[in-house]
Design a binder for this molecule. Sequence first.
Ligand code: KG4
Ligand code: ZN
Length: 344
Amino acid sequence: MSSAPVVLGIETSCDETGVGIVVDGELRANVIASSIDEQARFGGVVPEVASRAHVDAIGPTIDAACKRAGIALTDVDAVAVTAGPGLVGSLLVGVAAAKGLASGLGVDLYGINHLAAHVAVDEMEHGELPDPVIALLVSGGHSSLVLLEGDRIQPLGQTLDDAAGEAFDKVARVLGLPFPGGPHIDRAAREGDPSAFDLPRGLAHDPDHRFDFSFSGLKTAVTRLVASLGEPVSDRQVADVAASFQEAVADVLSRKAVEACRTHGIEHLVLGGGVAANSRLRALTGDRAESAGLILRVPRPDLCTDNGAMVAALGARLIRHGVAPTSPGFPATSSMPVTSVAFS
Ligand code: KG4
Ligand code: ZN
C-alpha cells in the first residue's frame, strides 16, 4: 500500500447509495444517489425498491466518486463497505460490489459497522477522535450512548422502543409532512414555539434507565394531541407541534449524553447519525456541553446522514490503527451489534 492510502468506502445499508474516497486522511469525494423520491410515495423505505435502486446506482456512483476525487479506480489501495446493520438486500449490493472491486484490484477489504462509521466520519472534519470519548448515535434505526476507549466499545444505554429518527419520521407522518420526516420537522419547527405543548420526556428521571431512551410514549402523545386539534390543522399548529416534539427529543438526548460524560468522567462527546443533523439537538447539546465543561464534536449535517465518506473514514482509521483487513467471506448482517467495529 502507498504511504498515502486511497480508501474507497461504499454505503448501501438503507436507501442511499453512497461512495466516499479518502486520500491520506483527507476526504476527496462523497457522492450519494438516493432512492428517496421513489420511497417517499410509499411513506417509508420499501426494501425491494431500495435494493433495486442500489443495483442501478452502484456502478455510476463509484465512477462519479473517482472522477470527483481525481483518481482512477486502479489508484485505490483499500475498499471499505458497510456490512451491517441495515436492510439485508441493500447491504448485499454494496458488499458484493466491494468484494468484486477488492478482488479485481487485488487490494485489502474492510467489512465495517455502519454505526461506528457514523462516529468515525467526524475525523474528516475535526481530526483524530479523542480517546476516551462518549458517542451519542441517533439514526433512523438506532439510538445509543456508547463509551469508546482504546478498541473497546462499551454500550451505556439505548432506546427501549423506537429510534429517535423513527420517532421523527412517525410524527412527521401524523403532521402530514413528507418522508423522511426529520428534516421537515426541523424546518417546520423554526416557525414554531417549542413551549406551545408540554410533551413527555420518556425515562428522563428513571434511575433504572439512566442512559436509555424511550420515544414511543412521546409519539403516542403527539398523535393524540394532533387528533385533538381537529381538522384542518393549520400551519401554525404544525409548526408548534413540530417545535414542541423536537424540543422533547433534543432535551432528553442532550441531557442524557452530557450526564453520561459526567458520570463516567469523560471530557469529550461526539454526535453521529442522521438525527445529529437536527439543528435544535446540535444547539442544545452544544449549550449543555459548554456549561458542563465538555468538548463537543458534531460532523457537519451532510456527513451525519448516511453517506459513503463515513465508511471510507472508518476504513482509513482502521488502516491507520493497523487493524487487519476482513477476510473476504464475511456476510451482510442486518443486526450487527454496536460493539463490533468491523469483521475480522
Ligand atoms: O443515519 P441515517 O441517515 O440513516 C440510518 O442509519 O437510519 O438517519 C436517518 C434518520 C431519519 O429518521 C431522518 O428522519 C433523520 O435521520 N434525520 C433527521 C434530520 N435529518 C435526518 N432528524 C431530525 N432532524 C434532522 N434535520
Ligand atoms: Zn445511518
